[in-house]
Design a protein around this ligand. Structure first.
Ligand code: F3S
Length: 755
């Protein structure tokens, strides 16, 4: 069910010759990140050395992974491509749509009822198109990927920002939007700006209370939440080899919290041990055979300052445990300073809840070290002061730690065992009393701690730490407690200290699981029917968008002239709209409702040129569409910044917007518009933005000779009968012009496969 060793062997067979060729082209030794990227170029035999942080490059990923919230639109789009099967191995994981409340035995059946139609849809699409499907309760995407699919030297994309977790097993694994996942599954190349490289040299060895989590908490403090943007963080050094594979996964996971494109480690014995423990000895053997290619060249690590854009050094032997927070994961406080810092800042000292698990910290090592702390409650006559909860990362982990008696120890301290799912980490936590919005403190071993993230309460102060530290803090119930130096009072009134945690990197008796929760796709899915009810509010099958009519576009109405910042959140809001992610028509009712109308400074209030009345943006667009009239959106600088969410491009396309004309675009959104067959245009003279009037009827001229690097003309027909003709730029290459003509990139693939 898990991996395809033949596919991996094929990938590895390319490594030697391709790395040799890349070394010649680049003219110097290579980092691990460069080796993986150059071996996965879409077009091999390039004689170009790519400029980090500048060149856009097409890659061929080995895998795609999707979680249930983002998979819906990715798969709805993929279905339009008309392919009988996905072009690369892909999996779907049901982990986000499960609320944590009373514990797994109650919460999982409730989720299976509430989101049944979404899960059924994902299961049937997966079955039909050759996609591995992990049912609700099977586990969290990144833990399941690490256990089953990640492999050293591989390149994968996933529709979740913590896809980067697979760097723990030596991959380049990158979080993307659903449109990118769809393209790769449909057989298209995947484009990425060649990343910069941050090197982190690790020396020494962890001991005592310090855990792998503290490495990334320290790095987050150094780099801050933006410091890794556009870069791959590559860890190396003897300290790296001293870390477990799953510990490396934790470090890579939270690379997302410093904005890094991804993080990775070179192949070493810890990875080999993990591969063998997770029934993948043949991958370990294959990796061993090419191991010099699965790490950076020795010259790189000997003189890292010559090869990385930035270098950080951390001595693990001197590293202290950290708690990062509140409200941001880069506010790093060593545990020895927390009492003082918390008092200075007025953070609530009483800890109400400690939570461990999530995709970040669910390994056997994590749980066994946390249990070594938890069991001291009974041994030392203590009482756990705070509530304690666990969301295991996978059924395999849950089953194994139950077999080994760890769950019983946790239950003895009153722990609630939630479903193997995201739960509180993504705000799917029905926490009693959170609606009162009281000030309170929680500690957890997850990755993000933004306001409202866990329980929706803006006054919950969340701190991130290792599972073993979180356990100690939950026992003490006091944010100022430092287990390295402080005592607790036991039932005899004695002062006792907690012993430093100890654990097992891997289970001595091996991993075990009865039902991992995996559905193998049908060998021939042609007979499988995909179940979507036409009356569903949450899911809607997509129809292909219409092809270009072959003429200039004339008589378009101005829909909105957006003023100032217009991010993908302004274009397609999240929050309550998340539940419509699989229903294009319903989610389109949020189109541009956050954008400010330049003519009245109001949001979601634009003039309907047909009636002269003001109304919501989506309703106005629908009114034009109903009359067969196209519309135009005008925007300011960096239009569409934010997430890579494809809904922000699909909604306007669905509601009849033909062109988006702005001062400048955020690049990913610009590409998304092109993929959906829209015109993404920029003013040649930015002052022309001021020439757009509220009642303008707009013509776009020059489309019959649409050519790369040749500007188009926009004619603004003003209500008073006057006209302005303005030049507009576009960045379409020849292929993208074909997307426009076909009505969208997927229509081209449909044609190619003859659907
Ligand atoms: Fe889920 Fe939280 Fe990880 S939402 S995928 S457990 S970051």
């Amino acid at each position: 069910m898990a991996f395809d060793i033949e596919m991996i062997k094929k990938v590895y067979a390319n490594f030697g010759p391709r790395i040799e060729a890349a070394r010649k082209v680049v003219g110097r030794p290579l980092t691990l990140s460069e080796k993986i990227l150059y071996t996965h170029l879409w077009e091999q035999n390039t004689d170009k050395a790519f400029v980090r942080g500048a060149d856009y490059v097409d890659f061929a990923p080995d895998r795609v992974a999707m979680q249930d919230a983002t998979a819906q639109m990715a798969l709805l789009q993929f279905m339009q491509a008309g392919r009988p099967k996905v072009a690369v191995p892909s999996t779907v994981h049901c982990d986000h749509l499960i609320t944590a409340k009373d514990g797994a035995e109650f919460d999982l059946p409730a989720a299976n009822t509430e989101s049944k139609e979404v899960f059924d849809f994902l299961a049937s699409v997966s079955n039909k198109y050759g996609i591995g499907f992990w049912k609700p309760g099977a586990g969290i995407i990144h833990q399941v990927v690490l256990e089953n699919y990640a492999f050293p030297g591989g390149l994968m994309i996933g529709t979740d920002s913590h896809t980067v977790n697979a760097g723990g097993l030596g991959m380049i694994a990158i979080g993307v939007g659903g449109a990118d996942a769809c393209d790769v599954m449909a057989g298209l190349p995947w484009e990425l700006k060649f990343p910069k490289l941050v090197g982190v040299k690790l020396t020494g060895k962890l001991s005592g209370w310090t855990a792998p989590k503290d490495v990334i908490l320290k790095v987050a403090g150094i780099l801050t939440v933006k410091g890794g943007t556009g870069a791959i963080i590559e860890y190396f050094g003897e300290g790296a080899e001293n870390l477990s594979c799953t510990g490396k996964g934790t470090i890579c996971n939270m690379g997302a919290e410093v904005g890094a494109t991804t993080s990775t480690f070179g192949y070493d014995e810890s990875m080999e041990r993990y591969l063998r423990a997770t029934n993948r000895a043949d991958i370990a053997d294959a990796a061993n055979a090419i191991k010099e290619h699965l790490t950076g060249d020795p010259e790189v690590y000997a003189n890292p300052e010559q090869y990385f854009d930035q270098l950080i050094e951390i001595n693990l032997s001197e590293l202290e445990p950290y708690l990062n927070g509140p409200f941001t994961p880069d506010l790093a406080t060593p545990i020895s300073k927390m009492k003082e810092v918390a008092a200075e800042n007025g953070w609530p000292m009483k800890i109400d809840v400690g939570l461990i698990g999530s995709c970040t910290n669910s390994s056997y090592e994590d749980i066994s070290r946390a249990v070594s702390v938890a069991k001291q409650v009974e041994e030392k006559g203590l009482v756990t002061a705070a509530q304690y909860c666990i969301n295991p990362g996978s059924e395999q982990i849950r089953y194994t730690v139950e077999r080994d008696g760890f769950l019983d120890t946790f239950k003895n301290i009153g722990a609630k065992i939630f479903t193997n799912a995201c739960g509180p980490c993504i705000g799917m936590w029905d926490r009693v009393g959170s609606e009162k919005q009281e000030k309170n403190t929680i500690v957890h071993s997850f990755n993000r701690n933004f306001a409202k993230r866990a329980d929706g309460n803006p006054n919950t102060f969340a701190f991130v730490g290792s599972p073993e530290l979180v356990t100690a803090m939950a026992i003490a119930g006091d944010l100022g407690f430092n287990p390295l130096t402080d005592t607790l009072t036991n039932d005899k009134g004695e002062q006792v200290m907690l012993d430093a945690p100890s654990g097992f990197e891997l289970p001595i008796r091996g991993f075990a699981v009865e039902d991992a929760g995996y559905q193998e796709p049908a060998a021939d899915g042609s007979h499988v029917q995909v179940a979507v009810s036409p009356t569903s509010h949450r899911l809607q099958l997509l129809d292909p968008f219409a092809a270009w009519e072959g003429t200039n576009l004339t008589g378009l109405k101005l829909l909105i002239k957006a003023k100032g910042k217009c991010t993908t959140d302004h274009i397609s809001m999240a929050g309550p709209w998340l539940k419509f992610r699989g229903h294009l028509d319903n989610i389109s009712n949020n189109m541009l409702i956050g954008a400010v109308n330049n003519f009245n400074d109001k949001t979601d209030t634009v003039k309907n040129q047909l009636t002269g009345e003001y109304g919501p943006v989506p309703a106005t667009a629908r009114a034009y569409k109903a009359q067969g009239i196209g519309s135009v959106v005008v925007g300011d600088e960096n239009y569409g910044e934010g997430s890579s969410r494809e809904h922000a491009a699909m909604e306007p396309r669905h509601l009849g917007v033909r062109a988006v004309l702005v001062k400048s675009f955020a690049r990913i959104h610009e590409t998304n518009l092109k993929k959906q067959g829209m015109l993404a245009l920029t003013f040649v003279n930015k002052e022309d933005y001021d020439k757009i009037h509220e009642d303008d009827v707009i013509d776009i001229v020059g489309l019959t000779s649409f050519t790369p690097e040749v500007p188009l003309t926009v004619v603004l027909n003003h209500a008073d009968g006057s006209k302005d003709e303005i030049a507009v730029n576009h960045s379409y290459n020849a292929q993208q012009i074909e997307w426009f003509k076909a009505g969208g990139a997927l229509n081209i693939i449909r044609r190619q496969v003859g659907a």
